[in-house]
Design a protein around this ligand. Structure first.
Ligand code: SF4
Length: 205
């Protein structure tokens, strides 16, 4: 297989043109570079609401080490953050504050809903709690579990990275006119928690 220094594999060029070239410094697109850099400089906002937040903190600590993706410093100011991890149940009183934090974050920004409480109200089917944070902010990834362990949260983060790099996140946002709405698997060894989204529409209709 012909492989040139700095250019890479050229065996597919005859059939596919420049698309057949390996990515390299000559053919790399600025768009790809921007998408790549977004995933390597994603800074979460410091924002924990309930028990799920302890798992989120554990994810940032040395044993799991979010520093691998440059994410270990949760930003104290939303103006320095582009990832909101909604970790825990959202009370009606907290909802406007959560939205304000989201509004103050940088664009482009991403939201992970961590745990069944944040995603659908979970076991708290009552008037005091928001029955799904997607009523307040657009959610890109739902991480199931009560609580989702650090492995599940990291899986959600990696899925988000992958979809940003591939551009699928933007397509899904356009199609759904909101957040991308990806649901990941539970990866922490706990019994999988069933996450029922869209319950409000079913019961109200
Ligand atoms: S999903 Fe479970 S761990 Fe997370 S906030 Fe709700 S009750 Fe707490």
């Amino acid at each position: 297989m012909p492989k040139l220094p700095l250019i890479g594999d050229i065996s597919r060029v005859a059939d596919e043109g420049l698309e057949g070239l390996d990515h390299n410094f000559l053919t790399g697109k600025i768009e790809d570079l921007v998408k790549w850099s977004r995933t390597r400089s994603m800074w979460p906002a410091t924002f924990g609401l309930a028990c799920c937040a302890l798992e989120m903190m554990a994810t940032g600590a040395a044993h799991y080490d979010l520093a691998r993706w440059g994410m270990e410093v949760f930003r104290a100011s939303p103006r320095q953050a582009d990832l909101m991890i909604v970790a825990g149940r959202v009370s009606q009183k907290m909802a406007p504050i959560l939205r304000q934090v989201y509004d103050q974050m940088m664009e482009p920004k991403w939201v992970i809903s961590m745990g069944v409480c944040a995603s659908s109200g979970g076991m708290f089917n009552n008037y005091a709690l928001v029955q799904g944070v997607d009523q307040i902010v657009p959610v890109d990834v739902y991480a199931p579990g009560c609580p989702p362990g650090p492995e599940t949260l990291m899986h959600a983060i990696l899925q988000l990275h992958e979809k940003i790099e591939s551009g699928e996140i933007t397509q899904r946002r356009d199609q759904r006119a909101g957040g991308a709405g990806l649901i990941v698997e539970q990866r922490d060894g706990q019994t999988a928690t069933k996450m029922i989204l869209g319950q409000r529409e079913q019961t109200s209709g």
